[in-house]
Design a protein around this ligand. Structure first.
Ligand code: BG6
Length: 489
């Protein structure tokens, strides 16, 4: 296997799922702070308050806020993102553990509302700026390269409530200001940036959001995406102007789609699934223009987009330098009746009889990763990074404190092997940051027990625990993988 010299090995997190300290040092709230914990079978809820003081909760997926309601934190509910895994106060300890594993890259995100608590201010919050500077300095101490996501599911709540968030062109301006501050403040400390995490989710998972998959829902989703594409393109241009050493990438939720049968209708459906779910965003961000099939997608849903001539120019001038994606699973699409559905949070389509599934219904398909890597590299010919991958599983702490997570080792080993095969076939893969290298709050379910880490964190689904960190068996295994640059897996 041929991981090149200097291949980046590491792990990935997101601010809203690990930092905690949700209202400390001037940070403003994001929607993720209003989310309760759910499970594989019950959705996370958004809590709200009416002008008359009455309160309630709606499911995040498919729920509709009553007229006049405002999202609110209520007594009697538990909000797992409020304390996350308290990375805010543990970052030195956590980074030391990552360094011990031999990390050369750490993917993290900046919480926008820590820098601009409301989102529309002119002056940033100095305490927020200082926090990330300290984190980057700590990483530098160990020669760990940060890979920084500007937006990971956390638009400031104030912008959502007062400007209708990404449905409003004005939000691009606020994002521009935020991105500029980050690029200027962290010059010399950061080299790699990502603009929007899993930008394609907006359209890909629309069907999972109940009544939002209407023509109006698609209109909003495609328009939001367009504004995010512009914001992303502005960020790329700005980053290059501020520091020619900056590299900016896109981040796509990577799922490998397969047709359920050889029925030509399934083959076409599968191609369309790739186009709508994967290529649509990747093409705009990597090639700087909408692909031909975009017209078909818009026509199917009667979508009319607000796109200006200036936008078209911005997209062309703001192509990303590299392409990154998350990869957890593959899925099956078919026009035929589905007898066995893939269950679980954020997994969709038919169950694949040739694959094993995790406890959360996600298909275990390492070859699907190779398929994705080769397909995407051929399409864009830009360096690739796998910036999320891993197994969400329940871990057992033995009486002596050890955690034997051989299932996680098996999952990562098989995926790393396929990355090596893709490299041997010519793919320019430059980094692997496994998801949730340290246990954190699940984005989909809000659970702690859906653990991905090689570092265990003592916190449960009700928020009990000491936040103590502990090494799992996968810790020592991953250390050897990194030491041998992927030779010993
Ligand atoms: C990706 C997200 O969708 O998958 C992460 O970028 C998320 O934020 C990860 O945590 C795993 O999903 P989950 O639902 O298991 O946390």
């Amino acid at each position: 296997m041929s991981f090149k010299e200097g291949f980046y090995w590491g792990g990935a997190t997101a601010a809203n799922q690990c930092e905690g300290a949700w209202n400390e040092d001037g940070r403003g709230p994001a929607e993720t702070d209003m989310l309760t914990a759910g499970s594989n079978h019950s959705p996370r809820m958004l809590t709200y308050q009416m002008p008359d003081g009455t309160t309630g909760a709606i499911p995040r997926t498919g729920g509709k806020l009553p007229e006049g309601a405002k999202l609110a934190v209520l007594d009697g509910y538990y909000y797992p993102n409020h304390d996350g895994i308290d990375f805010y106060h543990h970052y030195k300890e956590d980074i030391a553990l990552m360094a011990e594993m031999g990390f050369t890259m750490f993917r993290m995100s900046i919480s926008w509302s820590r820098i601009f608590p409301r989102g529309d201010e002119i002056e940033p919050n100095q305490k927020g700026i200082e926090f990330y500077r300290n984190v980057f300095k700590e990483l530098k101490k160990y020669n760990i390269e940060p890979l920084v996501t500007l937006h990971h599911f956390d638009t400031p709540l104030y912008l959502e409530e007062n400007y209708d968030g990404w449905n409003n062109r004005k939000t691009i301006e606020f994002f521009d200001r935020y991105a500029k501050v980050c690029f200027e403040e962290y010059k010399g400390l950061v080299k790699y940036w990502l603009t929007f995490n899993e930008i394609n989710n907006t359209v890909m998972f629309l069907e999972l959001f109940g009544d939002k998959a209407t023509k109006e829902g698609y209109q909003r989703a495609y328009q939001q995406l367009h504004y995010q594409f512009i914001a992303s393109a502005h960020a790329v241009k700005m980053a290059h102007a501020i520091d020619p050493d900056y590299h900016v990438g896109c981040m796509i939720c990577g799922i490998t789609f397969y047709p359920g049968t050889s029925d030509p209708k399934d083959i076409l459906l599968n191609r369309h699934a790739w186009e709508k779910n994967i290529f649509y965003c990747g093409d705009v961000q990597s090639k700087g223009k909408y692909p031909t099939f975009a017209k078909r997608l818009w026509k199917e849903q009667d979508v009319q987009l607000d796109i200006t001539k200036q936008d078209e120019q911005d997209l062309m001038e703001g192509c990303v330098d590299f392409y990154t994606f998350s990869y957890y699973m593959s899925t099956v699409v078919t026009t035929h009746a589905i007898e066995d559905k893939a269950g679980g949070n954020f997994s969709m389509g038919a169950k694949n009889p040739y694959l094993k599934y995790s406890d959360w219904g996600w298909a275990f398909d390492p070859e699907g990763l190779k398929y994705y890597l080769e397909m995407i590299y051929d399409r864009y010919e830009k360096p690739l990074m796998v910036v999320e991958n891993g197994l969400g599983a329940v871990d057992k702490v033995e009486e002596d404190g050890s955690i034997h997570d051989d299932y996680r080792i098996e999952y990562m080993r098989d995926h790393i092997k396929e990355m090596g095969n893709a490299i041997d076939n010519g793919v320019d893969l430059i980094a692997y940051t496994s998801w949730g290298c340290i246990d954190l709050v699940s984005a989909g379910t809000g659970e702690m027990k859906k653990r991905y880490g090689m570092i265990y964190v003592d916190k449960d689904d009700e928020g009990n625990g000491t936040f103590e960190r502990r090494k799992k068996d996968s810790f020592e295994w991953y250390k050897k993988v990194i030491q041998s640059n992927g030779k010993i897996i």
